[in-house]
Design a protein around this ligand. Sequence first.
Ligand code: SF4
Length: 337
Amino acid sequence: MSNATLANVDRALLQQHLSERCEPAYRAGQVWEWAARGATGYEQMTNLPDALRRRLEQEVPFSTLELVEEARSSDGTVKALFRTHDGHPVEAVLMRYRDGRRSVCVSSQSGCPLTCTFCATGQMRFGRNLTSSEILDQALHLRRIEPVDHAVFMGMGEPMVNLDSVLEAARALPDVGITWRRTTISTVGWLPGLRRFVDEVEEPIRLAFSLHAPTDELRSELMPVNDRYPLDEVLAECMRYFALRRRKVFVEYVMLRGVNDRVEQARALADLLDPKVFKVNLIPYNPTGIYDGSTSKAIAAFKAALDRARLPSTVRLTRGRDIQAACGQLAARPGRS
Ligand code: SF4
C-alpha cells in the first residue's frame, strides 16, 4: 500500500474523527484499502467495528464528490459529472478499449485558468484547484463501475498548476489497480510545475506534453500559456526528463483543420522533436465551436510526413464524442448526452 493511505473520504476529516475517538491509527488504512478495492460504502468494511462504521456513515461523507450525472456513450465510454462540497463542477471519464484496457481520465482543477482556444474547459469559468481526495474520488467512482488499469491526468485543468495534489493522488493509484508506469500526467508547458515534476518525481510516472503547434507564433495563438513559457524552454525541460528518467515523452497534437494540419507543419514538427525522446499522438479534434477537426485524409498525410521523418506517431482512437467526453470537450454541461 502506498503512503497515501487515505483518500476516498476527506482525509483531514477522517483523521480528525478517528483521533478524537481514540481509534487506532491503522483504521484509516483499513478504510482506504476497502475504498481502493471498490467498496461502495462503510457498511462493506467488515473489519471495522459496527459502531465505528455507523458513526462514520453519519459523520464522514464517503466521498468528497457528489455525483450529479453519468452519461454513457455508444462506444462504452462513461462520463461522470460531479460537484464538490462547495459547488464546483468536476468531470471524469472512463474509457473502455477493445483490447481490454480500462483507462480513467481525471480532472485536476474545476475549470481551467489557461484558456486554450480549442478547449471547452478553457472557455468555462475557473473554479479552483482540486484536493488530492477530490482527484482520487473521481478514479474511485469509476473503479466501482469496473476494475481499471490506466490513468491519464488529462481532464479539466492543468495538472502542473496543482502539482502537489496531483502527485499525492497519482502516488496512491497503484492501490486502485493502476501502476505508475500506466499513469500519465499531462501538461501544456507550465514550467514551474514541470521543472518540479522532472526534479522530484522518481516514480516511473509518464509525461505527456500538449504541443499542438510547431511554431511559437501559432502556439501562442492557440495557447496563451506559450507567451509565458515558450516552446524551446518547455522542450528543453522535456529533454531533461528523458535524460534523467530514460522515459519517452508523449507529445499530444490536436488536429485542427487548416490551422496546424498541413504537411509542411508536420515537417516542422519533425525538425523540432528528437525521435529518440518524443512520440507523437495525433488527436482527431472534437469540435467545440471555433475550429473544425482535420479530415481523415489530412491526418493520414500529416502522419505519413512524420513517418518519412522517422518520428514515431500514432493517431488516437477517439472515445465518447457523442457524450462530450472526448479530448477538449469537458465543460461540465449536464444533460447533453
Ligand atoms: S487544454 Fe488543458 S490547459 Fe488548456 S484550457 Fe484546456 S484544460 Fe486548460
